[in-house]
Design a protein around this ligand. Structure first.
Ligand code: HEC
Length: 143
C-alpha cells in the first residue's frame, strides 16, 4: 500500500514537473539554471512570486550610459529583434539570441552564466540579480 502511494505521488510529481518544464520549454541545462535562480530569487525577496517575461523585456531594452558608445542596452548588440543577427561594439557578428531560430542558444549552463554575468556588467556596470537574470532568460526564451 505504501509503495503504491509512493508510486502515485512520484507520478504526480513527474507530471507536474514535465508540465511545468513544457510551459517554459527550456532545455535541461537552462531549466536547471532557471530553477536555481528561482530558488535564489525567492530566498532574496520574500515577495518574489515568479519570473516575468515583461520585466525581462524591460531590462533587455533599458539603455545605460556607456563611456565609448553613448548609450547601450542588451538590444544594442543583440538587436531589438532577437531572431536577427547582432553585432558586438567592435562590429563582429553575433548569431541570433532567439532559441527559436538558433538551436544552440540556452543549451549550455556554462555559456548562459558566463555571458549573463559579462553582459550585465557591460550594460549596467554590475552583475544582474537572480530575479533580473531569470526575467531576461524567460524573455529571451519566449522570443
Ligand atoms: C557589447 C555587446 C553585448 C551586449 C551589450 C550584450 N551582449 Fe549578450 N552576448 C554578447 C556576445 C558577444 C555573446 C557571446 C557570443 C555568442 O554567444 O554569440 C553574448 C551572449 C549572450 C548570451 C548567451 C546565450 C547562449 O546561450 O548562447 C546571453 C543569455 C546574453 N548574451 C544575454 C544578454 C543580456 C541579457 C544582455 C543585457 C544585459 C546582453 N546579452 C548584452 C554580446 C553582448
Amino acid at each position: 500500500m505504501k509503495t503504491v502511494f509512493t508510486l502515485i505521488v512520484s507520478v504526480m510529481a513527474l507530471v507536474a514537473f514535465v508540465g511545468f518544464a513544457a510551459a517554459e520549454s527550456f532545455g535541461p541545462e537552462a531549466a536547471a539554471v532557471v530553477e536555481a535562480l528561482r530558488k535564489q530569487a525567492a530566498s532574496e525577496d520574500a515577495s518574489f512570486a515568479d519570473f516575468s517575461a515583461e520585466r525581462g523585456k524591460k531590462i533587455f531594452f533599458t539603455e545605460q550610459p556607456n563611456d565609448k558608445h553613448g548609450k547601450i542596452s542588451c538590444a544594442t548588440c543583440h538587436t531589438p529583434d532577437l531572431k536577427q543577427k547582432g553585432r558586438t561594439l567592435e562590429g563582429k557578428t553575433i548569431e541570433p539570441l532567439s532559441p527559436a531560430v538558433n538551436k544552440s542558444r540556452l543549451t549550455s549552463a556554462t555559456d548562459i552564466q558566463k555571458w549573463l554575468k559579462r553582459n550585465f556588467k557591460q550594460v549596467f556596470g554590475r552583475e544582474g540579480s537572480a530575479r533580473e537574470k531569470g526575467d531576461v532568460l524567460i524573455f529571451i526564451n519566449a522570443n
